[in-house]
Design a binder for this molecule. Structure first.
Ligand SMILES: Nc1nc2c(c(=O)[nH]1)N[C@H]1C(S)=C(S)[C@@H](COP(=O)(O)OP(=O)(O)OC[C@H]3O[C@@H](n4cnc5c(=O)[nH]c(N)nc54)[C@H](O)[C@@H]3O)O[C@H]1N2
Ligand SMILES: Nc1nc2c(c(=O)[nH]1)N[C@H]1C(S)=C(S)[C@@H](COP(=O)(O)OP(=O)(O)OC[C@H]3O[C@@H](n4cnc5c(=O)[nH]c(N)nc54)[C@H](O)[C@@H]3O)O[C@H]1N2
Ligand SMILES: [Mo]
Length: 775
């Protein structure tokens, strides 16, 4: 079994490699990687990978284990006792045996003194692609062998969507397996009504990798076949320019009002599909009363919605007319549900799909975030590659993923989630590998406080980023370019990952780190099963190959795979999409809901009695948006969507991301009128602020954005001047609120944020976060 082609010394050659953003060829001399180019198999490659090589030997690279000075001096719990402060301390290098020994002793102490639930191993995040070196699989397997840990559930991506779909439409997996594909959309020349648009930049990535980018190309083919696209979004470029999409620039947070007005217009005209509603749904009557304003309520007409959403009534009615009688997809981007009451737009879009009778039809019905990830809108291949077995936890302790700061700040506190009361555990030790809460969590200043509560924080990282700078024990981990592996997910390809560079001396893979700690704790053999990493990689490939063979397909052997670099995934006929089977015969193929039908009114949810999530889709104004009283102080709606030049915060220190900065900071998009009112010019450094925090960004004055709305992408490495002080680099999460979408899903609500902006006068503080750890 080989992992690459040997070549004479001093020469360079190319090896295949792959990240979440695509397959590349890496030019290497066996020690150093000299550059990436997209794998020629990809007709629409992403440039995100191109900046990665520039980071591997950069000043921010972690190259030795480090321990926070105050932690070494005072021992675990110094910050809990007020003796030290994470985020304001310096670091001391230690050797690997000392570092892994410290981790082993602490894990052992915490589990024996406080029980395993005092270990938080939720470790949310994307990490890197690769079936074996997947950091989440590694850490969860490891912590399960420690005896279990407090875990997290749902995701920052789709928490509200997941929970509402589970309650009213048979679950998120069923929705994904039923998603309309662009090929079907083309075939039926469907109308695509995209709430939150179909930002082409977002289809650059997919968890687990992408052999060849096809999503946006397939959208264009649908357009050329006669499909039409409508993008309801505050940003004009939320749809690929070649789609010729109609842009309806709606007020952020107002989507449910538009959806209700569309429903109202269709129902008042008598054009709804009463047969489908009778056969396949429950609760239409309750919803219809609400929609039509019977019993003293307000009718949710186009006139009602217009002042909320900023669209003239005739534009809403025109759209309703185009929907009637046409195969239509109602897709909601994830962004809509990463907001206050994020459950509602998903539920309302399902309801539109039901009342138009398009639900479950090929190329029509409900779309779960089409185009927001590469896989969404692409055919599924029914093929499941093998994974590194995570084992099982011997304890049951779980929080909704975005409630981490609440948990750390309120041990023992009760909270609501999805119909039950729960209690937060008292976390003493946090262990993170692959993911960065100082990237993904909201209200970072609050997180900085919450983060002082645990006694020990252990982190595996590549770089001296904000996560490393807020940890006690920092263990330097190898990157995907420094490991052998293979990528395969729901993508239609498998991509080989051949080590293109040696990690710097002193850097280990996550696997080696966990194996060393496991050795100190006496379970190394169960963790490694006596296999080296490379043996595991080939083993997982062979298991995948066997699965495929059992299903009647064929995969080449490992050497042939590596030589090809990228190979097509075998097609294993997927089951009929659950929504399609359901609509054909709802009695034979019921949805997994109490009624077996789509629940337009859910007696279960109504029974929870949550004011922030009633029993049917409801217009509930966000706490922060253009219609809230807080606009008096903070008049601009901040959107903090995904970055075009990065995957989240990954490789923000690389050349590709840094080429996109303005005045060295993250660009913030604002409308010319909003800029003029504040004497802001293109290229200025600006301060964005609200009651939670403040950050500096580089102004981009542009009319692609709706007036009153600003956009600052996520992922600029958090770089506060002082802990909790001004962030100098443009991280939006110092501004976003840390509150659950509702008591139902408790998802993150980053997109419901109001801010004010001013031109920054005076000396501009330098960005320092791309330098080494403070020592
Ligand atoms: N305001 C706002 N916040 C958001 C969002 C938003 O729209 N607005 N979006 C949310 C969403 S959808 C998501 S998914 C999250 C994403 O949040 P995360 O997934 O946490 O973000 P990443 O930057 O991908 O974090 C990955 C980290 O793991 C490290 N890493 C990568 N590979 C490896 C590895 O192999 N081993 C180890 N040890 N480390 C590795 C990287 O250096 C990086 O620091 O952010 C959420 N946060
Ligand atoms: N390049 C790149 N692509 C990515 C990622 C990345 O980091 N980089 N991350 C991936 C991940 S993990 C995820 S979960 C997906 C996320 O996918 P999404 O959540 O869909 O992505 P966002 O960029 O947050 O939002 C998409 C658009 O929604 C619009 N929008 C925001 N709020 C509202 C609203 O209230 N109403 C309406 N109508 N529109 C609104 C914004 O204009 C924004 O551009 O993206 C994935 N794709
Ligand atoms: Mo996400």
């Amino acid at each position: 079994m080989g992992f690459g082609v040997a070549a004479p010394r001093g020469r360079r050659w190319e090896v295949p490699t792959a990240g979440h953003f695509g397959a590349y060829l890496a030019e290497t001399d066996g020690v150093t990687v000299h550059g990436l180019r997209p794998n020629p198999i990809d007709d629409d490659p992403s440039e995100i990978g191109l900046g990665v090589p520039s980071t591997l030997a950069s000043p921010s690279r972690l190259t030795e284990p480090l321990v926070r000075r105050g932690y070494l001096e005072h021992g675990p719990g110094d910050t809990r006792r007020g003796l030290g402060r994470r985020g304001a301390d310096t670091y001391v290098p230690v050797d690997w045996d000392t570092a892994t020994g410290l981790v082993a002793r602490e894990l052992d102490r915490v589990r024996s003194e406080h029980g395993n639930e005092a270990i938080y191993g939720g470790s949310y995040g994307w990490g890197s692609a690769g079936r074996f070196h997947h950091p989440q699989s590694q850490i969860h397997r490891f912590l399960n062998m420690v005896g279990g840990y407090t875990a997290s559930r749902e995701s920052y991506s789709s928490a509200a969507m997941q929970v509402i779909l589970r309650r009213v439409a048979g679950g998120y997996p069923a929705a994904l397996a039923s998603n309309p594909t662009w090929d079907e959309v083309a075939e039926h020349r469907s109308l695509v009504v995209a709430f939150g648009g179909l930002a082409a930049r977002n289809a650059q990535v997919n968890g687990g990798g992408i052999g060849a980018h096809r999503n946006v190309l397939a959208q264009r083919r649908a357009r050329n076949a006669g499909s039409e696209f409508v993008s309801l979004s505050p940003l004009r470029d939320d749809a690929d320019a070649e789609l010729g999409a109609e842009w309806l620039p709606i007020v952020p947070g107002s989507d449910v009002a538009v959806m209700l007005a569309l429903a109202h217009t269709i129902v008042v005209a008598g054009d709804h599909d009463t047969d489908f509603l009778r056969r396949c749904t429950v609760g239409w009557a309750e919803f219809e009363d609400y929609l039509l304003g019977r019993g003293g309520g307000i009718a949710k007409s186009a006139e009602w919605a217009a002042p909320l959403c900023g669209l003239a009534p005739h534009r809403i009615r025109d759209l309703a007319r185009r929907i009637i009688g046409r195969r239509t997809v109602f897709t909601t981007s994830y962004s809509l549900q990463r907001a206050d009451h994020g459950e509602q737009p998903v539920w309302a879009a399902l309801t539109l799909a039901a009342l138009t009778g398009t639900f479950g039809l090929p190329g029509g019905g409900f779309g779960a975030a089409l185009g927001a990830l590469h896989e969404l809108g692409q055919p599924r291949h029914g093929f499941r590659p093998a994974a590194f077995d995570q084992g099982e936890s011997s304890i049951w302790s779980v929080i909704p993923v975005a409630r981490i700061a609440d948990m750390l700040l309120g041990p023992g506190t009760e909270y609501d989630y999805d119909g039950a009361r729960h209690r937060y555990p008292d976390i003493r030790l946090v262990y993170w590998a692959g993911g960065n809460p100082f990237h993904h969590h909201q209200d970072l200043n609050r997180l900085v406080e919450a983060w002082q509560r645990p006694e020990t924080i252990v982190v595996h990282e590549h770089f001296a980023n904000s996560l490393a700078r807020h940890a006690d024990i920092v263990l330097p981990a190898a990157t995907w370019l420094e490991r052998n592996d293979f990528a395969a997910g729901v993508d239609s390809y498998l991509s080989a990952i051949v080590k293109a560079a040696e990690p710097p001396p002193g850097v280990r893979t996550d696997y080696e780190i966990f194996a060393a700690v496991a050795r100190d704790m006496g379970f190394e053999e169960s963790f490694t099963e006596s296999r080296t990493a490379d043996e595991w990689v080939v083993e997982l490939y062979d298991r995948t190959r066997k699965r495929v063979a059992d299903a009647g397909g064929v995969l080449p052997d490992w050497d042939e795979f590596v030589a090809a670099g990228v190979i097509p995934a075998p097609t294993i006929a997927p089951a009929t999409p659950p929504y399609r089977a359901f609509r054909a015969d709802p009695d034979a193929h019921p949805l997994a809901t109490p009624s077996g039908r789509i629940e337009i009114f859910s007696a279960t949810i109504a029974g929870f009695g949550y004011a922030d999530c009633p029993g049917h889709p409801t217009w509930l104004p966000p706490k922060e948006w253009g219609g809230a009283p807080l606009v008096q102080c903070f008049p601009l709606h901040l959107l903090s969507g995904q970055p075009e030049r990065r995957l989240h915060s990954q490789y923000d220190n690389g050349s590709h991301s840094r080429e996109g900065k303005v005045a060295g900071r993250e660009p913030v998009l604002l409308h010319p009128d909003d800029a003029e009112a504040r004497s802001i010019r293109d290229g200025d450094v600006v301060r964005i602020f609200n009651g939670r925090g403040q950050t500096l960004a580089g102004a981009v004055v542009t009319d692609v954005i709706r007036r009153g709305v600003v956009r600052l992408a996520t992922g600029a490495w958090y770089d506060p001047i002082t802990p909790g002080g001004l962030d100098v680099h443009g991280n939006p999460n110092v501004l976003t609120p840390d509150r659950g979408t509702s008591k139902l899903a408790q998802g993150p609500s980053a997109h419901s944020t109001l801010v004010e902006i001013e031109r920054w006068v005076g000396p501009v503080p330098p960005v320092t976060v791309f330098g080494p750890m403070p020592s």
